[in-house]
Design a binder for this molecule. Structure first.
Ligand SMILES: C[S@@+](CC[C@H](N)C(=O)[O-])C[C@H]1O[C@@H](n2cnc3c(N)ncnc32)[C@H](O)[C@@H]1O
Length: 252
């Protein structure tokens, strides 16, 4: 894989600007309503535990943690923003490619990768890094867009006979999906990438790296519709989760 190829997944330029704005100090709507409270509950951080956050973006999770914390991301712009927003002296932010062997000294009690494993090209390397850097018995939390129901450009809603269905165009095949930030504004258009794998690929990369899955949760969107379609839309939203959380323990 060429250097250009690995660096292409960093969120930079227009995508970094957009992400800084949409996450802000407090987090995006889904961060605040779903991802942050549920992730903190599952992480269950105790005093003295050291925390590793790979693909940390502009440090939204770090700002909710008091412990010793290291956040790493490939985007220089987002890491600069994280340093600006987080004044905790126990927190460190570094620019790095989390798919490659991370040259870090130290060992961590808990690790997380929140809404970012789906944005790296080689997710196996990320799990290998966690395996290297977590204590035996250490816990890893992965939060991703639900791979069975939310594949950008390959899944959608359809309404038929008064019911709302989720339709999937593919599932088992790994996919690289380019996402355009402004498809109708070619001058400012920027591409970010989403990577899809089926659930079995995640279980395989975890077990191959010495992790046992402790539990999985599926989180729905708490949004509520208005208007004539509200009942069927709310029902469908309650049936098909937006996010998948996997908590795994380092065994070997
Ligand atoms: C959707 S953002 C999530 C950031 C953060 N965890 C959050 O919840 O706001 C995905 C992040 O993955 C980062 N990323 C993509 N490829 C990467 C790589 N190879 N190494 C490190 N970070 C990477 C991007 O720069 C971006 O910040």
């Amino acid at each position: 894989m060429s250097k250009k190829d690995t660096n292409k997944t960093a969120w930079k330029g227009g995508v970094a600007q957009w992400y800084k704005k949409s996450v802000g100090v407090e987090g995006s709507y889904y961060h605040k309503e779903v991802v942050i409270p549920n992730s903190l509950r599952l992480l269950d951080i105790k005093n003295g535990e050291k925390i590793l956050d790979l693909g940390c973006g502009q440090g939204i999770m770090g700002r909710h943690i008091k412990n010793k914390y290291l956040g790493i991301d490939l985007s220089t712009e987002l890491i600069e923003e994280a340093k600006k927003l987080d004044k905790n002296i126990n927190h460190t932010y570094l620019v790095g490619d989390i798919t490659k062997d991370l040259k870090i000294y130290g060992i961590f009690d808990k690790g997380m990768i929140i809404l970012a494993l789906q944005n790296v090209k080689k997710s196996f390397g990320v799990i290998r890094n966690f395996s290297k850097l977590l204590n035996k018995g250490g816990e890893l939390l992965i939060v991703i867009n639900h791979p069975a129901f939310r594949i950008p450009k390959h899944s959608d809603w359809v309404v038929k006979d008064g019911k709302q269905f989720r339709i999937m165009e593919s599932y088992l095949s790994p996919l690289e999906i380019p996402i355009e930030s402004s498809p109708f504004d070619k001058k400012n258009n920027q591409i970010s990438y989403s990577y899809h794998y089926p659930l079995s690929a995640y279980t395989e990369m975890l077990s191959d790296n010495g992790f046992l899955i402790k539990n999985m949760e599926e989180w729905i969107s708490p949004k509520k519709s208005e208007g004539p379609m509200a009942i069927i839309e709310d029902r469908a939203r309650g049936e098909f989760p937006l996010f998948l959380a996997i908590k795994a323990v380092k065994n070997g």
